[in-house]
Design a protein around this ligand. Structure first.
Ligand code: PNS
Length: 161
């Protein structure tokens, strides 16, 4: 059984991520979407909130399982799950340096895990979770970038803040 893992902070999950999940799910018998805390980013949603949103959004992808990776290296978590391929999306040249650094570091950490890249759908090549959060903070409309369930949750969270 070919298993892959698509790790990310998904804070929040966007249509760009969902497009990646849909395409990557066709490449593997099983795809784990791993919600992983990025220690370099301050999070907006808790891991539980992100888990809940992703589970609801991905419920129709039968070979996709949403998991949370906490206090663990992605490569170690991948191998624990039996996945030896990490999938990452590349939006533009600006992503390349960060992704190269991450893929090379992961390869140094464990060369049994390979990273493969998929080009993001051009419709979403500009889209980022940070941009969505910025627009939402200022009261802009994010419905082109995230599903309604995510939009509603962002609004609810901002109201409470
Ligand atoms: O969506 P992001 O924030 O670009 O995802 C980055 C993420 C979470 C995949 C990356 O930071 C990660 O794998 N963190 C877990 C810790 C780890 O394995 N670090 C070594 C690889 S850089």
């Amino acid at each position: 059984m070919k298993k892959g893992i698509y790790p990310g902070s998904f804070d929040p999950v966007t249509y760009g991520h969902i497009d990646m999940i849909e395409r990557a799910s066709k490449m593997f018998d099983k795809l784990y979407v791993s919600i992983t805390e990025n220690i370099n980013k301050k999070s907006f949603f808790t891991l539980e909130e992100r888990l809940d949103l992703l589970k609801k959004i991905c419920q129709n992808y039968k070979n996709v399982e949403i998991v949370v990776c906490q206090n663990k290296l992605t490569v170690d978590f991948a191998l624990e799950l039996g996945a030896n391929v990490i999938v990452r999306g590349l939006r533009a040249v600006t992503d390349f340096e960060y992704e190269l650094q991450m893929a090379s570091t992961n390869h140094q950490l464990n060369s049994n895990v390979e990273t493969v890249f998929m080009m993001t759908n051009t419709d979403y090549s500009f889209l980022s979770s940070s941009m969505v959060k910025e627009i939402a903070y200022i009261g802009g409309n994010v419905n082109k970038f995230v599903p309604k369930i995510v939009e509603d949750k962002i609004k609810e969270k901002l109201k409470k803040a």
